[in-house]
Design a protein around this ligand. Structure first.
Ligand SMILES: NC(=O)c1ccc[n+]([C@@H]2O[C@H](COP(=O)([O-])OP(=O)(O)OC[C@H]3O[C@@H](n4cnc5c(N)ncnc54)[C@H](OP(=O)(O)O)[C@@H]3O)[C@@H](O)[C@H]2O)c1
Length: 321
């Protein structure tokens, strides 16, 4: 089979398409023929060598994908050969930027016929992250107002759809007119431009009070100001950050407010099962419908990584074997 391999950490160009042996599924594992692989920012951090937890080289990147079950190992009961599925985690080093991948049975989920493989590849990390941030970390409840930073990206759009489906008010920040239109089309009640000075004050003014929850995709830029945009009892969930930031702790004290960190791999097996049970219901009933920005051939994985880190986000970028 063909797969992208990283032989040494570095720039996107270290990723090369190579011929490697087909994997076989051991007990409790599932072999999936992939039709699309999701590209997440964490894949870029790991490939650059600057992020903890990278597998030893050589390795195949990617944890998200969608395709058809090719074969199952002994003891697998959840899926059978021929099933359409999305996968939400790969085995370490044997990722989804590939024609075939092997996953643990519990990381393989049904993909409804109504969704394309590209959409299936956009579920794993983005939707699970958004769900965990909103419901498991912030414990948001219907009626609350949630500001989604980066509402034009994979996690942000997933968050807007989840909020709408659950009866919460979702507002978003974006950095382009196209992002604004996209966020509004996916359920945002209001959208603000994070390139403009004073946009958070404008968001609070438009709502009439602070936000109950803020989902933060770039904490090193926004966290200090987020704390001034919260309602009493408000929670900021730090999902993404690319550096350090200064905050004023008294902003938290005055509001009984909280800053909550999260990293998706910290979710327990039971929490992951709960997340994907909820996502499966939303995918099946049509309330969740991933937005695809671009489909890029697998061999052009370096271009996909450049785009994820440098282009304005408008949904997910996926690789097609
Ligand atoms: N903690 C975890 O487990 C976890 C899991 C998944 C993702 N993440 C992190 O979450 C972040 C978002 O992931 P993603 O997959 O949604 O990435 P993405 O699709 O590349 O989207 C990035 C988003 O960040 C927005 N952004 C850019 N500048 C911003 C600013 N100054 N303030 C607020 N938002 C800004 C972008 O908006 P424009 O392009 O419109 O400017 C875009 O919507 C990344 O940092 C990622 O590493 C963390």
């Amino acid at each position: 089979m063909k797969a992208i391999r990283v032989r040494s950490f570095g720039a996107p160009e270290v990723m090369r398409l190579e011929e490697v042996p087909d994997p076989t599924p051991g007990p409790g594992r599932v072999l999936v023929r992939l039709h699309a692989a999701g590209v997440n920012p964490v894949d870029c951090y790991l490939r650059s060598g600057s992020y903890p937890g990278a597998p030893p080289t050589p390795y195949t990147p990617g944890s998200d994908g969608a395709g058809v079950v090719e074969r199952v190992g002994a003891g697998v009961g959840r899926v059978v050969a021929g099933d359409r599925v999305y996968v939400a985690a790969s085995l370490s080093g044997a990722g989804t930027y590939s024609e075939l991948t092997v996953c643990e049975e519990q990381e393989v989920f049904p993909l409804p016929e109504s969704l394309s493989f590209a959409q299936g590849a956009a579920v794993g990390v983005p939707y699970a992250t958004a769900y965990r941030a909103i419901f498991q970390r912030a414990r948001a409840v219907p009626g609350e107002a949630v500001l989604v930073h980066g509402a034009s990206g994979g996690v942000g759009l997933a968050a807007l759809q989840l909020l709408k489906a659950a009866g919460l008010m979702g507002l978003g920040t974006v950095g382009s007119p196209e992002g604004r239109a996209l966020a509004l089309s996916q359920g945002a009640s209001g959208v603000f431009d994070h390139r403009q000075p004073g946009y958070l004050e404008e968001a609070v003014k438009a709502r009439g009070r602070g936000f109950d929850v803020i989902l933060e995709m770039l904490a090193n830029v926004n966290l200090g100001r987020d704390l001034k945009a919260l309602a009493p009892g408000g929670r900021v969930v730090v999902i993404g950050s690319r550096g350090d930031v200064q905050i004023t702790p008294r902003d938290l004290m005055g509001l009984d407010a909280s800053i909550l960190g999260m990293r998706l791999p910290n979710a327990s097996a039971a929490e992951r099962a709960s997340i994907h049970a909820a996502l499966g219901a939303g995918l099946a009933n049509g309330t969740l419908h991933p937005v695809i920005a671009r489909e890029i051939p697998l061999a052009e994985a370096p271009r996909a990584h450049h785009d994820v880190m440098e282009q304005k986000a408008l949904g997910k970028i996926v690789l097609v074997p």
